[in-house]
Write a protein that binds this ligand. Structure first.
Ligand code: PLP
Length: 237
């Protein structure tokens, strides 16, 4: 089934602006990431043609095949990695991405630092925090997040720029449980901003196709939308 990427982007952007307004937030305070995993480069190009420049992918190999030519032709395009990242994939991930949103353990920062120092690249990271029972990814304890930020503060990871937090809400129709998950991330981010005022930890990456409006009401600055832009994913590919 073919989808109209440009039309979908227009609709989602409208819904984002309306949600900002309802939540009493400044217009343009929420960025849209187009999650293009499992969709071909031509769909990404359609989105770029419609004015979309921020993309997300969750598999390093797919991103490394799809994005380098796109970024070469469109230098304004920015790619974030949003999926669970194995250490042996970090080398290729930091080459193609401007931000790793799925930092979920301290050892991953060791590897990111090692690979970024080799290519002399600074990279933004978000700390993924586990806020819903079903999802398995993300830091489980606030102490570990504090430990990570303290290590960065102490100069252990000079190529790593901490930029905020990310979460996935539980996959459920229960809106209150989804909301709780977003509130939990926002409150964590507020505590970390107070504890580490020297860092700019303002990014709050939360909300997907099914729940981005709730996320905006709870303070999201970046929504990650795939299906509502590109249609259903074909996982058989
Ligand atoms: C796939 C994915 C999304 C987008 O999900 P949709 O429901 O298709 O909008 C957002 N965030 C992460 C981490 C993902 O893996």
């Amino acid at each position: 089934m073919s989808v109209n990427v440009a039309e979908n982007l227009k609709i989602i952007n409208q819904k984002i602006r309306e949600a900002e307004k309802r939540a009493g937030r400044a217009e343009g305070s929420v960025k849209l990431m187009a999650v293009s995993k499992f969709h071909p480069a031509e769909d990404v190009l359609s989105a770029i043609g419609a004015g979309q420049f921020l993309f997300g992918e969750n598999r390093v190999q797919e991103a490394s095949e799809k994005f380098p030519p796109i970024i070469e032709a469109n230098p304004d395009v920015e790619l974030h990695m949003i999926g669970v990242l194995q250490s042996n994939k970090v080398k290729n991930a930091v080459k193609v991405a401007a931000c790793i949103e799925s930092v979920d353990r301290l050892s991953l920062l060791d590897e990111i630092e090692k690979q970024c120092s080799k290519i002399e690249k600074n990279i933004k990271v978000l700390f993924e925090f586990h806020t819903g029972e079903e999802s398995k990814s993300g830091f489980e304890s606030e102490e570990e997040v504090i430990e990570a930020l303290t290590a960065i503060q102490n100069g252990k990871y000079p190529h790593v720029i901490p930029a905020g937090f990310m979460t996935m809400a539980p996959f459920t129709d229960d809106k209150e449980r989804v909301r709780k998950s977003f509130v939990m991330l926002r409150e964590l981010s507020e505590r970390m901003k107070a504890k580490f005022p020297q860092f700019n930890l303002n990014e709050l990456s939360m909300g997907m196709s099914g729940d981005f409006e709730i996320a905006i009401e709870e303070g999201s600055t970046l929504v990650r939308v795939g299906t509502a832009i590109f249609g259903e994913r074909d996982y058989s590919k």
